[in-house]
Design a binder for this molecule. Sequence first.
Ligand SMILES: C[S@@+](CC[C@H](N)C(=O)[O-])C[C@H]1O[C@@H](n2cnc3c(N)ncnc32)[C@H](O)[C@@H]1O
Length: 277
Amino acid sequence: MGQEQPPLGKQYGYRLADGGRLNYDAVYRRHSLREQIDCIATTGNLNSKLTPPFAIDSNTLDRYLTLLQSASNPSLHHRKPLLLDAGAGLGEVGWWLSSHSPFEVIAVDYAFLACKLGFKRFGRTVESPRYITADLHNLPFRHSSFSAVISIDSLYFLPHPLPALSELARVMLPGAPLIFTILSSDQSYGCALTEWTKLLKANDFTAIGSADVSACWQAQMHEKHAARWAKRKQIMAALGVPAAQELAVSRTLLGLGGAGPTISTTRRAEIYAQRAD
Ligand SMILES: C[S@@+](CC[C@H](N)C(=O)[O-])C[C@H]1O[C@@H](n2cnc3c(N)ncnc32)[C@H](O)[C@@H]1O
């Protein structure tokens, strides 16, 4: 009998949570605290309003849009092509794509709180995504519903991505594009790409390629956490003890002490694939 492989993320040491729904709700329960921290870090003022997109630069968003539009086949489209934002969180990426393209976006996340906060933030305009709380392993959609899928920072959290990829393949139209991101440690980057390519092939996807976007991701993450760390006294004075945990994360990620992966030793890739015809 073959030895059972450890879950992909665990193997490479970048799985950040155990995939439990409640864990993610707990993460989103701290969302407004993180927003307040970022207000102080970026503007010095707790009461200023941050405008989206928050966590992602416009070049990256433009690239996603170009890839999704050039890869999706208009002859396969529904009247309005559907784009699935899988593991959407608040649905910021989906919201931006829906405002800049003909796609109608369905944002799926299994953290109820993520969908609730997302709807409150992005759900009230014509272009806003529709939010659905669901598990990527068991999607409440018919076969061949989507013209494209995007999944940012989500698939590598799954303990077993194989069945989730198979579920994505089920709901995608033949030939529809899939874009997703992975994080990996420096040492396992090549290995992680090989494993994901195998997983895609095993699930009726054609792997189109990948891009190493580590430099851009590292610069953004460094800017965000360095700004939080630089304003730590002001943040602690305004928000007190609850902010300490977030600042400890920034400290570790900046490599200022503590155990754990740091920004400079973490790599990021964008992976492009297409549902087989
Ligand atoms: C790091 S967040 C990324 C959110 C968003 N894509 C973004 O870029 O901001 C990962 C998201 O994946 C969701 N997630 C993890 N496992 C999931 C599953 N099995 N089904 C649906 N969503 C899941 C979590 O609830 C969380 O919101």
